[in-house]
Design a protein around this ligand. Structure first.
Ligand code: B12
Length: 388
């Protein structure tokens, strides 16, 4: 069988397995992506992700370091865009938004499993064992660089890969193989003069076209960051409690993009589109696991999610949140208490102030005291008629 026939079989089989885009690139090193990623690291724009280091970038830019006999890479994209069905079941305003990629089941597991089935089916069709390495954000490979070179999509200015059919609402995966296949060309498309993602990012995280400052991205702040969210960023996070989609929601190619056919990514059954915030504040570790097992939300961990919920409640500003936030002020975890204090300060009013003052009694953690004092100050400032 020649490489053209093998390529046709690979693509046909890939589409049959439910992937929305299936393209091929060579296993040559990704030198441009390596340079860009190393620059990003050097400039501190990937700070906060300790696992994203130089060694990882170098390894992920050289497929032959991962699979010695690598010849081709099969790049796949799978849509996670569902129709905007609403799974809110309460009329309260105290809901937080969850990024679309986590409305369903954890994509790493779903796509990795599908790619394994794809490879085993392909081996049978081609009549020979395939040497392969599979990645779906599961290792050092630069998933977007592979997708760009294979023509699976083009780099948007928000750094996301945008496909022709399904926009950027796609997960990316790839199989590095020893198969000799016909490589596709990169797409001849770009974002032109559109800067909507840059203009609409509330934290200014897209510091220049194609360059994201990880430390400012709401997705990083609400998912990856394990510590306190910097004070100056909190008010810009709005009601996002896990990830953020603003730079994709405003992106024109996403508006008419096709929806997913994959039931695992539909909301309601496995995951959540929005979260009813108040009940989550009192979740135990076990309850957290029961509710979010198998969804990407597990990554934030319970304490990260509670921290994010406090921030969202502060931004929503509904005084009905005060009793639950006051209870959280007794939490032994100072990070959580700091964010609850901040939220009470933002909501303001006498009852919030009383809760903050009560929490000061017997409190000896410096960071907590300082956060409570700032929150009280904020309430006093907004109540001071001279400063109004
Ligand atoms: C680290 C990481 C993050 C970090 C940092 C994001 C970032 N932009 O780097 C955080 C936690 C913030 C994050 C957020 C999100 N992530 Co993420 N993340 C990753 C991860 C693990 C590595 C990405 C990476 O290497 N970044 C380093 C920088 C240097 O690479 P880059 O952003 O791709 O930048 C390239 C371009 O800037 C380009 N470039 C530079 N200059 C120029 C100039 C021109 C003219 C051009 C054309 C290109 C160009 O070169 C760079 C290197 O290739 C990948 C999985 C993986 N293993 O690859 C998923 C991945 C990128 N994430 C993904 C998703 C879904 C998200 C979110 C949408 C989730 C959400 N809704 O909250 C957001 C999107 C935020 C955003 N605008 O990027 C998907 C993206 C799918 C897609 N369509 O692109 C990936 C590919 C996972 C997957 N396998 O599906 N993520």
């Amino acid at each position: 069988m020649n490489s053209i026939q093998a390529t046709n079989i690979v693509k046909r089989h890939g589409y049959r397995m439910g992937f929305d885009v299936v393209r091929i690139t060579s296993a040559e090193p990704f030198l441009e992506a390596k340079k860009n990623a190393l620059n990003r690291l050097d400039s501190g724009l990937m700070n906060g992700l300790s696992w994203y280091d130089k060694a990882r970038v170098i390894r992920g830019s050289h497929p032959s370091k991962i699979l010695k006999e690598a010849k081709s890479i099969i790049s796949v994209a799978m849509s996670y865009k569902s129709e905007d069905s609403d799974n809110q079941n309460s009329s309260s305003s105290m809901h937080g938004k969850v990024a679309r990629y986590s409305w369903g089941r954890d994509y790493h597991r779903v796509i990795e499993k599908r790619l394994k089935q794809f490879i085993s089916g392909l081996s049978s069709e081609l009549g020979s064992e395939i040497n392969s390495k599979i990645y779906v954000d599961t290792g050092p490979m630069q998933d977007r660089a592979v997708a760009q070179r294979a023509g699976t999509g083009w780099y948007g200015k928000n750094t996301n890969i945008i496909t022709l059919t399904h926009g950027s609402w796609v997960f990316l995966g790839q199989v590095i193989t020893d198969l000799i296949l016909q490589p596709d060309e990169p797409l001849k498309k770009n974002c032109g003069t559109c800067n909507l993602c840059i203009d609409k990012c509330p934290t200014g995280a897209i510091v220049a076209p194609y360059i994201l400052d990880n430390t400012k991205c709401i997705s990083y702040l609400t998912i990856e960051l394990r510590e306190s969210i910097p004070r100056e960023m909190r008010s810009q996070i709005g009601d996002w409690v896990f990830g953020c989609d603003i730079c994709q929601e405003v992106c024109p190619p996403n508006i008419k993009s096709l929806s997913t056919n994959e039931p695992a990514f539909l909301p309601g059954k496995h995951g959540y589109k929005t979260l009813d915030l108040i009940p989550l504040l009192s979740l135990t570790d076990e309850e957290f696991r029961d509710k979010f097992q198998g969804t990407p939300i597990m990554r934030a961990k319970r304490r990260g999610l509670i921290r994010n919920i406090c921030v969202a409640l502060g931004n929503i500003g509904d005084p009905d949140a005060i009793p639950s936030l006051s209870l959280i002020m007794k939490n032994p975890d100072s990070m959580i208490v700091e964010h609850a204090a901040w939220a009470l300060g933002r909501i303001g009013g006498d009852i919030a102030r009383q809760a903050l003052c009560a929490a000061l009694i017997g409190e000896d953690r410096k960071t907590v005291i300082s956060e409570i004092e700032m929150a009280i100050e904020l309430i006093d400032e907004s109540a001071d008629p001279i400063k109004l």
